[in-house]
Design a protein around this ligand. Sequence first.
Ligand SMILES: Nc1ncnc2c1ncn2[C@@H]1O[C@H](COP(=O)(O)OP(=O)(O)OP(=O)(O)O)[C@@H](O)[C@H]1O
Ligand SMILES: [Mg+2]
Length: 473
Amino acid sequence: MNIKRQVPSTSFFDISKGPLWQNTTASRNINESIQENFYIYSEKQKIYKIKTLYLQGHFIFKKKKNGQNQIADILNATICEIELPFYGAGIRIIKAGQIIEIYGMTITWLQQLRFYCIQQDFANKYSIIRLLGKGTFGKVFKIKSRITQQDFAVKVFEKKAISNYQDYLLITKELQIIRSLNHPGITKFFETYENDEHIFLIYEMVEQGELYTFIKEKHLSEEEALLILKQLLQSLLYIHSKGILHRDLKPSNLLLRDRNTLSIAIADFGLAEFYRVDGKYIFTRCGTPGYVAPEVLQDKIYDYKIDIYSAGVILFMMLSGGKSPFNSTDPEEKLYQNYKSLIDYSLVSNISEATYNLLQSMLEPDNIKRISARAALNHQVFRNKRTSKCSIMIKKTPRSIDKITNPRVIINTNNNLDKYLQLSPKLQNLSSKPQNNMKQEAIRRGYQKMQTFSHRSPQLSPLQSQTKFEPFP
Ligand SMILES: Nc1ncnc2c1ncn2[C@@H]1O[C@H](COP(=O)(O)OP(=O)(O)OP(=O)(O)O)[C@@H](O)[C@H]1O
Ligand SMILES: [Mg+2]
């Protein structure tokens, strides 16, 4: 049998070089692996031989007769199902121009490989039902499995819209992060496909729409808002314990599983990152104006607390019938309110003192003083059933930003990215307007952020911009 051993890599994900099989001295706990005997083609002897292989996560491990062990990292390799007369069903795994072909009992291996690798037959497996939403690179559709008839959601990226290394990193980082998360409060990821034009990320279908639409339709009670917040905090505790920051929490990225039980799931890990103490992220400036923590707009080093601030904005909106804590109708003003964390608490004046206290702790401008997910879950609102109504005097938001003296009165905008893009010419002309220096600086910085958020292509640090990346010359 003449099988071509070297293949040119056409996968968007395959940028690796070097031999797929590497010698290893690292001992692996074989008990934790999926072990299977497969027929594998022996280059030397030109025959198929039975070999025991071990699959652990995205690593295949094999023992050689000479005592030397070998390991292959098949993360983001392209896989396809194949068949040979006599040897039966098989899997072809392609990475860095090299192939591993295995024949035998492939079912359990396929289940795991689908999670870590890339498939190419999306159109054979799924039919598209309807559009659910539009994103920066592409669209999200409801789809149906042609095999099981089960519904899923697919996030489709257009390859032609991915023009540089940063965009490549955004997609691969989203994939890396969603593969590492498994929690009821997070949309479940299943598998990845690609064809010549598109990349497809398959998620569970969360049926009941965005929290954004829900809170605009229905004024939630304080208890309902707290029920949703508790789930959000539990998911954040889990995400943060994994060393991950979401960085784009907002009501349109929270999906309702059930409108009666108010169960929710966090979606869209497109801007998520692994926490770094030095704050040197590939994309430092990101989020959505109106939801983002002030330290992000202020270009300060940030940590997990940015997600708590955004969760605070979400709580505010749930308590205020969908109104933003940054209440200005002027987008520049709103951005400044966000920058300075100037929140108009008069919009949530009818809440209990305990809830008001939690809301304030989450929207605390100083991230050191801001409450953590764990501490918030221990807050008295989640311990006491009933608390007294808020008796705190809430100052009215001043009409003019120049009159702002009280730092408690503050913030936010819920404009989407497109609206921000439209704003850009106006913001560019700001310098002609008489502004105080602080405000000008806030708007200048905020405007830089808006560009960043809109295009998702911030400046790389000198170190990163030196990174060589061949698929996108
Ligand atoms: N698993 C899902 N189930 C149901 N609807 C979903 C799911 N995932 C996404 N959606 C819908 O599609 C919209 C867009 O998805 P998502 O937030 O992941 O991408 P995006 O924010 O538009 O993209 P980007 O952040 O890259 O611009 C969501 O706001 C939601 O309405
Ligand atoms: Mg989104």
